[in-house]
Each structure stands twice: as C-alpha cells, then as structure tokens.
Ligand binder design. Sequence first.
Ligand SMILES: Nc1nc2c(ncn2[C@@H]2O[C@H](COP(=O)(O)OP(=O)(O)OP(=O)(O)O)[C@@H](O)[C@H]2O)c(=O)[nH]1
Length: 378
Amino acid sequence: MRDTRSNSYDGFAARHRRTVLLVLVTLTALFGAAYVIINLQAGKYIIAGMELAMTVFAATLIVIVRGTRRLTEWTIAFIIPFYAVMMYGFYSPNTEVTVYSWVMVIPLLAHLLLGRRLGAVLSLFFIGCAGALFYHRFGGASLVQTPGAIANVTMATATVFALAHFYEASREQAERRLARMAMTDALTGLPNRAYFEQIFEQEKQEHVAHDLPLSLLMVDVDFFKQVNDVHGHEAGDAALRDIATAMRDNVRQGDAVGRLGGEEFAILLCNSDKRRGQAIAEELRRAVERCGCRHRNKALNLTASFGVATLVASGQTFEDLLSRADRCLYSAKRAGRNRVVVDPPKPAGGAAPGTMPAPPLMSRHPAGPGQEAQKPER
Ligand SMILES: Nc1nc2c(ncn2[C@@H]2O[C@H](COP(=O)(O)OP(=O)(O)OP(=O)(O)O)[C@@H](O)[C@H]2O)c(=O)[nH]1
C-alpha cells in the first residue's frame, strides 16, 4: 500500500502549486494571444505560430489542471515548451535585446511550480541556455563590453533565483510542520481522526478498485477513567502513549492506527476480511494486555475492547463503518470488556424490512481479574 503520510503532505503542496499553475496558464493564454497578434503584425510568423500553439495549450490546461492527479507531469509538460518558446525568443535575431528581461521569470516560476529541487535544476538549465544564447547573439557586440549591463541582468537573475529558492525551502518546511500538526495527535503521534478518515478514503478507493477486503477496528481502553482518578492524568497520558505504541508495533506495514479522541483508537486493516480482522484484533488485544502499562513501577493492568467491521459495499462511508465497529465495541464492553466482537455479514440482499439486524459475533469472553461485566457509560 502507499505511504499515505507523504501523499497527504503532497496533497497540501499540490493545492498550492495547482493554484500557481492555473494563474500561469491563464496569464499565458491571455498574454499569448496578445503576443500572437503583435508578432503577426510584425511579420514574425514562426514565433507567432509557436505562441499560438502555447496559447491553445494553455487554454486547454485551464480545464485539465483543475482536476488532474498528475499535476507535476502536466506542469513539466507545460513549463518546458513555455521556456523553449522563451529560448526561441532569446535566439531569434528579430527580437529586441529587452526580451532577455524574461530570464528572471525562469527561477521564479520553476520554484513556485515544481518546488525547491526540481525548480532549481530546471532554472539552472534554462538560465544557462539563456546565457549561452545571449553570448551567441551579442558576444561580439559592444553591449558585452559594457560590464554594467551584463552585471545588472546577472545579479537581478541571481537575486530572483536565491529569493525563490530560499523562500520555497522555508515555505515547504513551514507547510510540512503545519501539515504534521494538523494531521497528528500531539500526545501519541498517531494520525488524528481527520487524517485517519483521509487515509480510509484513499485505502477504500484502492481496495474497491482491486476488489480487496478492508476492515476497521475500533478500540477503547477499559476502565480508563480509573487510571486518571487513581494515578493522575499524567499516568493516563503515559498509558495512552504505551497503548498506542503497542498497537502500532503490532500491526502490519500498510495498516494504519489512529487516535479518534480520548481513549478511543481506530485501526485500518488493509486487505483483511472479517476473519483476518478478527485474528489481528485478537493479536492486538493480547499486545495491549501484555503491555498493560506501568506507572511508578506499578502495573496498571490495562486492557482494551475491540469492535471489528468490514467494508461490504463501495458506497459505505467512514461514518457507516465506524458506527458498525462502534456497535461491536459497545457489545464487547457490555459483555465484560477485554475482548473482540466482530460485525456479522449482512444477509444477501439485505435484511427483510422489519427484521432486527443479526447480533455481532463474540470471539472471546475472557473476564479479566477484577473486571466484572458492567454496563458501560457510553
Ligand atoms: N490522561 C488522559 N485521560 C484522557 C484523555 N482523553 C480522555 N481521557 C479520559 O478518559 C476517561 C474515559 O472514561 P470513560 O469514558 O468513562 O470510560 P472508561 O473509564 O474507560 O470506561 P469504559 O470505556 O466503559 O471501559 C475520562 O476520564 C477522560 O477524562 C487524555 O488525553 N489523557
């Protein structure tokens, strides 16, 4: 399965770059049309033809860019011909020397659209080309003998390059930090509910597309209030961190553990049907029981209850699956806690109107020491 964390950060960056690319293609379509007319009137048919092609391409991209998932590819497909037309303008003997003022746009656009690394590589390449073309056209001219003119353009371009590069570097860093804060739970470092839901949506798409089963576990620590009441909030926090670690260490790579809030966690099990979900939930239940948590060298003997639900239809939402898993969790609590309850499959064609849904399947009834069944306050 994919690395959903980095995908999600890319999602933040992509939104920003999509906007910049949209502005660029819109401006290109508008200015390109103006340049086509100017160059046609001046009889510069080759460059007018190139600009017409760029204008049409840019206008088409206004539509494509809004919805594409291949933003980087489309950006490269646009920016390379865009720079190539610019290079032709630099090369053409028919253009004025002032056309070189466009060279400063190269590093700015490349960094805004492609980020720090790719932006730097592309900028250096095309700025190098622009320098070579300038030398080719004006190498012997008196213009080159005036160092002031060359120094102005060179230093202005280097300044724009440096500003774009370091601005983009600090923007990426700040964005990454904000994204991490928005997506993770500060106490446990696990994905928070909003991010977990996002992971679910991505995995659901992939699993439905490949016809694979996907299961969701809902986990609630048993009698957690007592930990706070008896040992203090700090001990409760430490216990939540230990339980999060125990679960994270015992899921497979590609599965996701998230904290829904309070002492509730959720786990997404890739490529797992009901039976596999139940088996993994049992392993995790034992892992939490084993970890038990300690506070000042005293065992807290914590356990957790688990509800398991499996995606049965592509139309099911995160809330649907969560509420099915939550119902099972509720049953596990009512039956004495420290156990796994699995959501039963729906009867083929759905339940007949008026019939009660089948009760969840109980996989285990280990009443822990001192943890007699009692009605949970949920
Ligand atoms: N230390 C700490 N406690 C939390 C945190 N979030 C929620 N809690 C506490 O978790 C406890 C949850 O208590 P209840 O909902 O009554 O559940 P419980 O005691 O675990 O009982 P059952 O779920 O029925 O087994 C409350 O006392 C909350 O204050 C947290 O981030 N840190």
